[in-house]
Design a protein around this ligand. Sequence first.
Ligand SMILES: CC(C)(COP(=O)(O)OP(=O)(O)OC[C@H]1O[C@@H](n2cnc3c(N)ncnc32)[C@H](O)[C@@H]1OP(=O)(O)O)[C@@H](O)C(=O)NCCC(=O)NCCS
Ligand SMILES: CC(=O)OC[C@H](N)C(=O)O
Length: 181
Amino acid sequence: MLFGTIREDLRVVRERDPAARSTLEALLAAHLPAIWLHRPAHRLYLRGLRVPARLVTLIGRRCSGGVDIHPGARIGRRLFVDHGCSVVIGEQAVLGDDVTIFQQVTIGAVGWWRDNRLPVGERRHPIIGDRVVIGAGATILGRIEVGDDCVIGAHALVLTDVPPKSVVRAPASVTTARTRI
Ligand SMILES: CC(C)(COP(=O)(O)OP(=O)(O)OC[C@H]1O[C@@H](n2cnc3c(N)ncnc32)[C@H](O)[C@@H]1OP(=O)(O)O)[C@@H](O)C(=O)NCCC(=O)NCCS
Ligand SMILES: CC(=O)OC[C@H](N)C(=O)O
């Protein structure tokens, strides 16, 4: 089971990262410590052992490029965090299977000033469907749902539900003629 999952995660790196040309290279993918340690951390969290869970998560975060997955987050199979750096996934986030995330993505809450008014245990983080791709720098906030098979473009800010099979595009930068610089 454990080796099956490890093999599956390595296969995913090779399938979704053209820059990883061998299994040995895939093994060096920076997100792997974070997702491999998230599984025992989540089990500890579910047993109410929150502090040990957070410690395990901290090791995963330090051994990756800062992939911060709260031990409470529910993560599906075959998550791939390409480049494995500066990613935050909040406590009550739920990610489906086959999700791909690029660097500097936040799946988080809108803010404590709003969430502190919610009943205890109420969800404050997004639900992400199966096979969703989340581009670099995208931020997805609050009690929203992103449907299956969506693509969230780089630098998008998503604050409302996204229907399945949608593409969310942030405005592209504007190019003008160079004058003074
Ligand atoms: C900007 C922000 C503070 C607004 O919080 P809020 O409690 O929803 O405040 P309001 O209800 O006053 O604002 C909602 C309005 O602002 C817009 N809005 C929200 N966030 C925005 C942002 N970052 N940029 C531009 N507009 C934003 C919403 O679309 C909404 O517009 P509408 O009224 O036309 O529908 C919040 O969305 C935000 O960005 N928080 C930071 C959260 C964060 O960084 N979390 C990371 C956790 S890991
Ligand atoms: C990831 C995130 O939403 O962080 C904000 C805050 N720590 C919280 O858990 O709500």
